[in-house]
Design a protein around this ligand. Sequence first.
Ligand SMILES: Nc1ncnc2c1ncn2[C@@H]1O[C@H](COP(=O)(O)OP(=O)(O)OP(=O)(O)O)[C@@H](O)[C@H]1O
Length: 241
Amino acid sequence: MIEITNVQKGFPGNSRAIEDLSLTIPDGKIVGFLGPNGAGKSTTIKMMTGILPIDKGSITLNGIPIDKNSIEAKKTFGYVPDQPDMFLRLKGIEYLNFIGDIYNVPQTIRQERIDTLTKQFQIHTSLQDYIQTYSHGMRQKIIVTGVLLHDPSIWILDEPLTGLDPKSAYTLKDMMRQHADKGNTVFFSSHGLEVVEQLCDMVAIINKGKLLFYGDMKQLHEEYQTDQSLEAVFLELTNDE
Ligand SMILES: Nc1ncnc2c1ncn2[C@@H]1O[C@H](COP(=O)(O)OP(=O)(O)OP(=O)(O)O)[C@@H](O)[C@H]1O
């Protein structure tokens, strides 16, 4: 479970990038995080993962505050950033072994997971190549594999489906469903409204750092007294004019 309580974040030139955001992401659900460009999705995710400090409020992961006990909190989640251009000077296999070492994944489990996951994502023949030579989608897949390698209970994914080919996107969506169905937490940001509508149990919509809606599709339709698609409601909610 992730608990975000009265969180605020400002930057020079944008003192209210996130305004008093409160959100509880329960176990056993896939929660989609939606908002127009610049709404504050990545900023929120970066605070959840300890990359950016929180100005005010608190964020806990399985009850552990990310700002006060960051090492323990970081053991609970795996994070896929929106920009997968990292560790470019490592070979794919070196990166996965590095992650396996950091998270103490035993050798036999490590080998088995690397083999299964990289075959599922069709990158197993590229493991001896440098990540520098990988395409955007391949870089995303190696990072997703690294996250799944240490089997965290919480998955935090920033636009994970962007750039994945249809088969890999299908595989990842299926994994997200299975992970949530086992009682774990899956939180991901997306611009793909149809994917969110199909896949998510709940959606959170933000704009200009403020939460506009959080609930399931039934609540969305009840609240807006409409049977419109998520796309229609999203466009109406985030229309600034
Ligand atoms: N490092 C930074 N310095 C200054 N302003 C920032 C910084 N990071 C984000 N912002 C600002 O905070 C606001 C939220 O940005 P954020 O990247 O969280 O949006 P987003 O919802 O992830 O957008 P997108 O869908 O385009 O990725 C924007 O106004 C952005 O300009």
